[in-house]
Write a protein that binds this ligand. Structure first.
Ligand SMILES: C[S@@+](CC[C@H](N)C(=O)[O-])C[C@H]1O[C@@H](n2cnc3c(N)ncnc32)[C@H](O)[C@@H]1O
Length: 301
């Protein structure tokens, strides 16, 4: 596999994914009962946006760096949007405690910022070099993390195939889980299919699992077709009722433009109570900040 997330870290698609992750955790940690967060494609945990890989296409310039500039200028669009503030705080805290000039936290460190002592975190990464970096990043970050400083036994990091490990981790003893599926889509068709199969498998093992799948938007007809297939193949609730699903999409180029990536989406199965209402406030604000010339758009459906 050639994929290295360092080339893309902190871009507008990472921002959507990480704000969504924190927004989901904000909702799910309202109940005292613990949960398992299972990150099937964890990456290396911590990125240096001043590295040669990140600087190659400088994708973070139109992602996290754009957002931080607007925040520093006191952009009023942030007011009353704790989901975006949580994300900016997680990035700022990471920058304060690491030696990288432009550190950016990946999904594992974003999760650590929000999990509590009663929650567990399982991180799976298949590439040995990325996995080794992930172990180091989590070891350093967990000293500062809110819930996990004293309880490293609640964090597990595996070098394995994240899809294959679902059956080992589900159902969890807490009977509550958030599963984040964020494949590289190097082989786009096979990762779309694998994410579909993984969701079905996870729901067979834990019907109330909250599943968040990140996906790229290049050609709208392809992603729309995939989303319909994903939703129609999901198992039904006990009474034959369809499971609840929600899609958040944000694109910064006109749809179907021939750039590498027009936009991205998060497909959420079993979204938490009132999550949609909140997303309808923070997503347009996030889009306005990431796409000030309004060439793209966003959607909650
Ligand atoms: C998009 S990156 C993950 C980024 C990370 N979730 C974040 O938000 O910071 C995808 C990662 O999945 C890893 N990977 C690819 N195939 C995998 C598999 N089958 N199981 C686990 N990890 C895999 C890649 O090495 C890469 O680091």
């Amino acid at each position: 596999m050639k994929y290295r997330h360092a080339f893309h870290a902190g871009n507008f698609a990472d921002v959507l994914k990480h704000v969504t992750l924190l927004a989901l955790l904000r909702s799910l940690t309202k109940k005292d009962k613990g949960l398992l967060l299972l990150d099937t494609h964890a990456g290396r945990g911590l990125y240096d946006l001043s590295s040669s890989e990140s600087k190659q296409a400088n994708e973070a310039a139109t992602g996290i760096e754009r957002l931080l500039v607007q925040a520093a200028q006191g952009d009023a669009t942030f007011t009353g949007l704790p989901e975006i503030t949580d994300f900016l705080n997680a990035v700022r805290e990471t920058r304060q405690r690491t030696s990288f000039r432009q550190a950016y936290p990946g999904s594992p460190l974003i999760a650590l910022a929000a999990l509590r002592p009663q929650d567990r975190l399982t991180l799976i990464e298949s590439q040995p070099t990325e996995h080794a970096a992930l172990r180091e990043a989590v070891k350093n970050a967990s000293r500062y993390a809110r819930g996990h400083g004293g309880t490293p036994e609640s964090i597990t990091i595996e070098c394995a195939d994240g899809y294959a490990r679902l059956s080992a981790w589900l159902p969890p003893m807490e009977r509550r889980a958030l599963i984040v599926i964020d494949p590289p889509y190097e082989d786009t068709v096979s990762d779309f299919k694998a994410a579909e199969r993984a969701s079905q498998e996870a729901l067979r093992r834990l019907a109330n699992a909250v599943i968040a799948i990140w996906y790229p938007i290049k050609q709208v007809k392809d992603t729309d077709a995939w989303r319909s297939r994903l939703i129609s193949a999901l198992p039904q609730k006990a009474g034959g009722e369809a499971l609840s699903t929600l899609t958040l999409e944000l694109w910064i180029h006109p749809l179907d433009t021939r750039v590498g990536l027009n936009g991205s989406g998060m497909s959420i199965i079993n979204p938490p109570f009132q999550f949609e209402e909140h997303a309808r406030r923070w997503l347009p604000a996030l889009h306005a900040m990431l796409d000030p010339q309004c060439r793209g758009g966003c959607a909650v459906r």
